[in-house]
Design a protein around this ligand. Structure first.
Ligand SMILES: Nc1ncnc2c1ncn2[C@@H]1O[C@H](COP(=O)(O)OP(=O)(O)OP(=O)(O)O)[C@@H](O)[C@H]1O
Ligand SMILES: [Mg+2]
Length: 259
């Protein structure tokens, strides 16, 4: 369902802006993901995980390599281009959606929860379908009357659940979770991870779960990729084998968690 082949991407500074260019960040990333699986992507800060996420969701175009989602090369079919021009949910939105770490800045503070949930559905009949929006809230275990609340009237955990519901609203095949539970406190993290597990089974979703938190990754994921300095350096298909990872940077990450 997702194939990432030899993806290279760099940035260079042009005036005050960074653009695609020569400072390499992704250095030949290759991995595959099956439908319905949860793949963990774990790596140190700055190793390029979020950049890879932006390539997969179509907002950054790789300089080399390809990303195929449900058989379509997203950067060459025009899907990603439509995604990039401020209409994120029309193109890739129905196929892949994303939940970020910083839930407070990923929603418009002037919006009601109802508007946040309907964002990916703009221009479709479902955007005004209150019973559909209520069902989305119910999926993330929030009551109906939250539809009329503003984002600042919600706790961090509640708002992140709204962001998860928004990510599910256009019925994507793949949800990319970029440090999606990292800013929640531990007990709320656990609740959200459990919720994600349940939703995966209920809706047959696939997750790419980007994190530097090994405990969260092992809680949720079927397989783990270790990422370092712009490359996948090790793949663990059987979590029981986690103690036997060979790559030095992967061992360091594991040791840091166990310390
Ligand atoms: N738009 C950009 N322009 C220039 N450099 C960038 C840009 N986005 C990311 N980078 C650089 O690319 C590198 C990888 O960043 P990225 O955000 O992908 O790391 P990460 O693995 O997600 O880290 P973290 O765990 O801290 O979120 C960093 O050195 C960052 O400074
Ligand atoms: Mg990141």
């Amino acid at each position: 369902m997702l194939q990432v082949e030899n993806v290279h991407l760099g940035f260079k500074k042009k005036g005050t802006f960074w653009r695609a260019g020569s400072k390499p960040i992704l250095k030949g990333v290759t991995f595959h993901m099956r439908r319905g699986e949860c793949l963990g992507l774990i790596g140190a800060s700055g190793s390029g995980k979020s950049t890879l996420g932006r390539v997969i969701t179509g907002t950054l175009r790789p300089q080399r390599g390809l990303v195929r989602l449900l058989g379509e090369d997203i950067h060459h079919t025009g899907l990603a281009a439509r995604f990039g021009r401020g209409r994120p949910r029309r193109g890739l939105g129905g196929v892949v959606s994303i939940v970020f770490q910083d839930y407070s800045t990923s929603v418009n503070p002037r919006f009601l929860v109802r508007d946040i949930l309907a964002e990916p559905l703009r221009g479709t009949r479902l955007a005004g379908d209150i019973s559909y929006l209520k069902a989305l809230l119910a999926q993330v275990r929030l009551p109906d009357d939250y539809l009329g609340r503003k984002s600042f009237e919600l706790s961090g955990g509640e708002l992140q659940r709204v962001c998860i519901a928004r990510a599910l609203s256009a019925k994507p095949a793949l949800v990319l979770l970029d440090e999606a539970v990292s800013s929640l406190d531990v007990s709320v993290q656990f609740q959200v991870l459990e919720l994600l597990k349940t939703l995966k089974v209920e809706s047959g979703l696939s997750y790419l779960f980007i994190s530097h938190d090994l405990a969260a990754v092992t809680h949720l994921c079927d397989r783990i990729l270790f990422f370092n300095d712009g490359r996948v350096v090790e793949q663990v298909d059987d979590l029981a084998e986690l103690a036997n990872v060979k790559n030095c940077s992967s061992r360091q990450l594991i040791a840091a968690v166990l310390a």
